[in-house]
Design a protein around this ligand. Structure first.
Ligand code: F6P
Length: 546
């Protein structure tokens, strides 16, 4: 058994979970008139209510004991101090430095990283201002109106999600587009809509070796040169964001037009770096810096707030509680409103690439559940699709409901309707609809006794599904920055409890390597020596390959 499972704190939580088996959320509220206030907090402009989670004051105390046992605060301090907490890659983990608006020195190997961070921010400002003010023009002297980010994973999901979320802040008439998938239809259909003379491509890749990104970037470059009629014009229309200068130069992008970052920025934590360039081009550099401010406010809270008041710590501990003690296998992320519709996909990478691990920091296989499957989609659409399983399925599914209270685009009563739906769902998931209520309602509606007995069980909703509600006044850059930072730290806390490296992603490599081996067999029918199933699928592909 692992040291974690054997620890006193873990055992106490196991016993506690057993004792809470028959707990009903509505009874927690009945027993404590102040529960809604006690189990909620307001931090960095976010109002977070976790009172509908299956936790009591004792649960949180025991979880904090577990955090003590696992040295979570010491690990937090080590992260902020620039220690190499990503041990399998021997790297620091310093996305917090990218938004360290206080400029407090942060050292890596004795060297303050802040001057380099600020220098890139200054270069981003110079560049985005030049584009917006028409000092950076396309090859034929036209203004840039369309930005195309070519990247994948962390070099795509963050900027894409933030640009959607902050679309109401878009400035200078700029349009932002994103190409990630290697599927040819994605880039082909976008290119058809663009005017090369007014398009700027941002090739974003930390390593600058990612197959999908390089393939799409080469396609974009070929298309551009064909239309512009000269390779010289490329310099005005292609910039790179990367840590790999040599590969950027080898691709043919002038390194003067490259915005750098560092190996201590994980791909899925990189939207705060120059990877955020499309955001700055879309909403302006001031808007981008406001995003950093919001995240920084959450960082400062996480870094300094005592355990009992520390919101990311509390939410991270509740995530551990749900996964490891209550047996929840997933976390549903349910943003209300379409602007945050890409948040579930963004958090899927942030959480699943970070905490989807089964070996601990000492190299031992874990004997407890680690990161949940993160999924979700925008409300209210989801209500008419997958919520049925939340209400009447057999699984425990914790969910996060997220919404801006005011909208930038008021239309009649629709925002009130949106919020009413959010509240209704969290309430319905908590209270459910017991058999007696269903039967009484059916009888009152004049349904005959035989039908009531037969149908009523199908209409019962068990309720008691836990949820957290996150609200903020309006979708501002600050609020979105704080929201994303809250999740990042939550993921950190859960990873620290599980004693895993939340900052590597070795599992992704296997598929990449195999795709490389299979390419000659698919594209050129070169003989390979694969397993029987793969050979059979290759046979089918070849029969239809024209
Ligand atoms: O393959 C996974 C991954 O490494 C992610 O962690 C990363 O965000 C993505 O690929 C893209 O990598 P890069 O920015 O180096 O192209």
């Amino acid at each position: 058994m692992s040291r974690l499972i054997e620890s006193e704190a873990w055992r106490a939580l196991m016993a506690h979970a057993e004792s809470l088996k028959s707990l009903r959320l509505e009874n927690l509220f009945a027993d404590d008139a102040h529960r809604a206030e006690t189990f909620s907090a307001s931090v960095a402009g976010l109002l977070v209510d976790y009172s509908k989670q299956r936790v009591t004051t004792e649960t949180l105390d025991l979880l904090r004991d577990l955090a003590d046992t696992q040295g979570v605060l010491a690990r937090r301090d080590a992260m902020f101090a620039g220690e190499r907490i990503n041990t399998t890659e021997n790297r620091s983990v310093l996305h917090v430095a990218l938004r360290n608006r206080s400029n407090r020195p942060i050292l890596v190997d004795g060297q303050d990283v802040m001057p380099a961070v600020n220098d890139v921010l200054r270069r981003m400002r110079r560049f985005t201002d030049a584009v917006h003010e028409g000092r950076w023009l396309g090859y034929s002297g036209e203004r840039i109106t369309d930005v195309v980010n070519i990247g994948i994973g962390g070099s795509d999901l963050g900027p894409r999600m933030i640009c959607d979320a902050l679309a109401s802040q878009a400035q200078y008439g700029m349009r932002a587009h994103f190409v990630a998938n290697i599927a040819p239809s994605e880039i082909a259909s976008l290119l058809k809509t663009l005017d090369p003379a007014r398009t700027l491509f941002v090739v974003a890749s930390k390593t600058f070796t990612t197959q999908e990104t390089l393939a799409n970037a080469h396609t974009a470059r070929r298309w551009f040169v064909e239309h512009a009629g000269s390779a010289e014009a490329v310099a005005k229309h292609f910039v790179a964001v990367s840590t790999n200068r040599d590969e950027v130069a080898a691709f043919g992008i002038d390194v003067d037009n490259m915005f750098g970052f560092w190996d201590w920025v994980g791909g899925r934590y990189s939207l705060w770096s120059a990877i955020g360039l499309p955001i700055a081009l879309y909403i302006g550099m001031d808007g981008f810096e406001r995003l950093l401010e919001g995240a920084h406010a959450m960082d400062e809270h996480f870094r300094t707030a005592p355990m009992v008041e520390n919101l990311p710590l509390t939410l991270g501990l509740i995530d551990v509680w749900n996964s490891s003690f209550l047996g929840a296998e997933t976390l549903a992320v349910l943003p209300y409103g379409t602007r945050l519709g890409r948040l579930p996909a963004y958090l899927q990478q942030a959480s699943m690439e970070s905490n989807g691990k089964s070996v601990d920091l000492d190299g031992h296989r874990v004997d407890y559940a680690t990161g949940p499957v993160v999924w979700g989609g925008a409300g209210t659409n989801g209500q008419h699709a997958f919520y049925q399983l939340l209400h009447q399925g057999t699984r425990l599914i914790p969910s996060d409901f997220i919404a801006a209270i005011r909208t930038h685009t008021p239309v009649g009563e629709q925002q009130a309707m949106l919020l009413a739906n959010l509240l209704a769902q969290t309430r319905a998931l908590m209270l459910g609809r017991p058999l007696e209520t269903v039967m009484a309602e059916m009888r009152a509606a004049g349904v005959d006794a035989e039908t009531v007995t037969r149908i009523a069980p199908h209409r019962v909703c068990p309720g008691n599904q836990p949820s957290t509600t996150i609200l903020f006044p309006q979708m501002t850059p600050e609020a979105v920055g704080a929201l994303v930072a809250l999740y990042e730290h939550r993921i950190f806390v859960a990873g620290a409890i599980w004693h895993i490296d939340s900052y590597d992603q070795w599992g992704v490599e296997l598929g990449k390597q195999m795709a490389g081996e299979l390419l000659p067999a698919v594209g050129h029918a070169a003989p390979g020596n694969f397993d029987a199933s793969t050979e059979s699928l290759l046979g089918i592909i070849h029969r239809h390959w024209v």
